[in-house]
Design a protein around this ligand. Structure first.
Ligand SMILES: [Ca+2]
Length: 530
């Protein structure tokens, strides 16, 4: 009985304290009682548990999950409500924080218009890319890695949202003149909500107007440009599309690839003690073809002058990625950083890239347009040096990152991407996707197993990728039943997608020659939000 009275008394007392004292004061009092830092206090997302760790246990040797102030208050509130006394709080806070593994930093590294076979790990012989190749050695290389569109902007929309971009009417580069619809939730939104510091460096290409700026799409920091491409050597040439720090134009003097490397390294150094998400989108090796002489040296063995420039741009990119990865290692961050590397579409016809054995180039529905270098690295969780052969696609990045981060995906809409972690860890043996679709409105493709249906420029074909990676033998007559089934599968899927969003009728400055505006299908768009 006495025990019951004491318990009720303690519960009531603590509940009164919890309800009566505003959160900030309660928090401050609790911290002081715990011998922690005084009120020099934090932004909402600062790691309180980390501070406890430093203050109480000294640096190092503590593997705890970052706790936000809100989480801390929840802990304290729960403790009060359940009758715990203040003297028990340090143990409680630390135990709760230490229960899970530390969340990884997350990096999405994007390159632009590189060919499938331009890097050593994907078969290049004339250009060395040891740093990009190191991702294959330390991580997992996808041999059937796809983007969701054969041109830049829609792929970025798919990556950003974890969805077929057609679900929100984003079929071609023309839509980038408007922007990623504001109804969409981005990977930065998801991770920021999960407590991550977020930054974007490089090419944006998801809207030029202020309301589509990275700051409005979940990013805390931005350094880069908003349009489809940019000069690498002369900022004065791009006054309508300046390099920006945040929302302010800057007069960048460095070779642009080097500048993006510098900024990515600075971001990591700035946020080394926080948990961060960095979207690092180099525009190399997208046109214009420009490389300083220092990066072009050593390629005399390449007879094609244009390919030599490409080699120089790629070398700058590879060395930049090498410096960036070295910084992660130097800061002891590499092991628990989940890094995705993906190129945004197939090798372009005008930049001397090589798609190796794949048919055609950027802009097409053949493998040379959509199958890309794509890798994932997370040394502390995923065994390195593996090759994963099942088809995966760029919009798998968001749910995979969210799962690693313990962040919540939006529940009010369909997410097409799959969390790849159970597949890569060998826990799930089936292919992540039964079928994949591509559609620009004019051309489309379907992959189901090893079958690939392609409708391109009015020609329709069926190919068996297991024996014909170059899509050279059309089997639509020989395999008429498969051909019909895949046509039906595509019709069914595309009937669920809205029409392309209407875009202004003006000169397309974003690089697309094919995109054409169509009547907006707002009602269908609304229906297909889910
Ligand atoms: Ca591109």
């Amino acid at each position: 009985m006495l025990y019951l009275i004491i318990t009720v008394a303690v519960f009531s007392c603590n509940l009164l304290i919890h309800l009566a004292i505003p959160g900030e004061i309660w928090y401050s009092t609790a911290v002081k009682r715990l011998g922690g830092p005084a009120m020099a206090r934090p932004s909402a997302e600062t790691s309180v548990a980390e501070d406890f760790n430093r203050e109480l246990l000294g640096k190092g040797g503590w593997n705890m999950e970052k706790q936000t102030r809100r989480q801390f208050l929840k802990t304290v509130g729960l403790a009060a409500a359940s009758g715990w006394t203040l003297s028990t709080l340090p143990t409680l806070a630390i135990e709760q924080a230490g229960r899970g593994k530390k969340r990884p930093n997350i990096i999405v590294l994007v390159t632009d218009d590189m060919g499938y076979a331009d890097t050593g790990c994907y078969g290049a012989k004339d250009i060395l890319t040891p740093n990009i190749d190191s991702i294959a050695q330390k991580g997992i290389r996808f041999t059937n890695g796809y983007v969701s569109c054969p041109v830049c902007s829609p792929t970025r929309a798919g990556l950003a949202t974890g969805r077929y971009q057609q679900r929100f009417g984003y079929y071609g580069n023309a839509q980038s003149r408007v922007g990623l619809p504001l109804t969409e939730v981005t990977i930065a939104d998801v991770l920021k909500s999960g407590g991550y510091v977020t930054g974007a460096v490089g090419k944006w290409h998801l809207g030029l107007s202020p309301q589509y700026h990275p700051f409005k799409r979940g990013y805390d920091e931005f350094f880069g440009f908003l349009a489809a491409s940019h000069s690498y050597i002369d900022p004065q040439l791009d006054t309508a599309n300046p390099i920006m720090r945040g929302t302010e134009p800057v007069n960048e003097k460095e070779y642009l690839t080097d500048a993006f490397t510098r900024e990515a390294i600075a971001f990591v150094e700035r946020h080394r003690r926080e948990t961060f998400f960095l979207y690092l989108a180099y525009n190399a090796v997208h046109a214009p073809m420009q490389a300083p002489q220092r990066y072009r040296d050593g390629f005399q063995h390449i007879s094609d002058a244009s390919r030599r420039v490409h080699a120089g741009m790629l070398t700058a990119l590879d060395e930049g990625i090498g410096k960036f990865l070295a910084k992660l290692r130097e800061l002891a961050l590499e092991d628990n950083t989940l890094l995705f590397y993906v190129n945004d579409n197939g090798g372009a016809p005008g930049n001397s890239s090589s798609n190796g054995p794949l048919r055609a180039t950027k802009g097409t529905m053949y493998e040379g347009g959509i199958r890309v270098p794509f890798m994932i690295q997370w040394p502390s969780r995923l065994k390195g040096g593996q090759v994963y052969k099942q088809p995966v696609i760029v919009f798998d990045i968001l749910p995979t990152a969210a799962a690693a981060a313990g962040a919540e995906l939006p529940k009010d809409r369909k997410i097409d991407g799959i969390d790849l972690l159970p597949y890569l860890a060998g826990k799930k043996k089936t292919p992540p996707h039964d079928v994949l679709f591509w559609n620009t409105g004019e051309n489309h493709a379907v992959r189901q197993g090893n079958w690939k249906l392609v409708s391109m420029g009015g020609e329709v074909g069926l190919f068996d990728l297991s024996t014909d990676i170059g899509e050279s033998r059309d089997l639509k007559t020989e395999k008429a039943d498969v051909f019909k089934e895949m046509q039906d599968v595509f019709k069914d899927w595309s009937s669920q997608m809205p029409e392309p969003l209407a875009v202004p009728r003006q000169r397309d400055t974003t690089g697309s020659k094919k995109a054409r505006p169509k009547k907006a299908g707002k009602d269908r768009l609304k229906e297909n939000r889910k």
